[in-house]
Design a protein around this ligand. Sequence first.
Ligand code: UT7
Length: 332
Amino acid sequence: MASKKVFIRGIGSYLPERVLTNRDLEAMVDTSDEWIVTRTGIRERHIAAEDEFTSDMATQAARRALGDAKMSPQEVDCILVCSVTFDMAFPATACIVQKNLEISTCPCMDIEAGCSALVYCMEVAAGLLQLGSYKNILVIASDKLTSITDWQDRSTCVLFGDGASAMVLSTDASGARAVLVDTLLRADGKGGDILFQPGGGSRHPASEETVKNRLHYLKMNGREVFKIAVRGMGISLKDILSRNQIELADVQHFIPHQANMRIIEAVAEASAIPVEKFIVILHRTGNMSAGSAGVAFDEAYRQGRFAQNDLLMFATFGGGMTFGTALVRWLI
Ligand code: UT7
């Protein structure tokens, strides 16, 4: 990472109020609490209200991160929002968040990199900050995954939930919670057809046909995603450690994408990492796509799980396929 340091000045997250349990799902599709818990570790997930959108959850998380940083929204000079469920194709959800926060004129943009997008946004924000044009960038990951969930498909609908997380990244060290050590991004477009939402874009614009064929819902080959995720996360975490000359044992906390406890256990086993080092919230939240890792980060921070000088590693994977790995040093 280039010379100018990038700090995390504020952290926040938001989960919608309504909780959907595995028992509730038993009444909706042919599944069981036992199957869902054994195969995924998920017990319940938060579901956004019908009139609560990705931008609303993003705004709530952003307000909490700004509160944590003791900053007013007017001090933000750029907003990045990542999601796979933006409010609409355009305008950018980041612009809607800007309006909600009553910030004027700062640049706003959306970034899509599946469930790895939080780390992608962190790298983009760090690059912009290091160019020197910005001082405080709001990085927000928010997903209303239940808006593209096929409630008739038991192989996917039991996995997902809604939620948002936010961070204020800054070149200003005052009150900083953590400093970014490094980020490592990867993608493999050959894996694009194992996790995707086919309908609604230029390839399959909305039509009676796309609705009839349920193309506006998320499609997934779970087994393939599982294998690629475990392999890819293992490679990325080794690579980021080796290029920073850091030993695995020197990392105190791993903050993984919250998709499946079995994926986390497989990564832990393959890399010989004690599973207790992984921050896990998926049993209460399900998979919130881009929002997942940041919510886990915020909750662990608020529970006081990080000590001064602890090294934290974000390890994410998502549709694309994409991988985002970040090292962060805790400062307080
Ligand atoms: O953000 C990234 C998103 N995606 C992921 O991370 C997903 C990664 N993959 C996974 O987490 C797992 O592959 C799943 C949890 C999706 C599935 O677990 P699995 O152990 O790979 O199960 P499977 O797909 O091989 O299915 C096993 C059986 C099948 O029945 P048969 O063919 O053996 O008779 C499925 O039909 O389980 C059945 N099944 C279910 N049964 C009860 C699939 N979904 C359900 C369900 N309830 N909800």
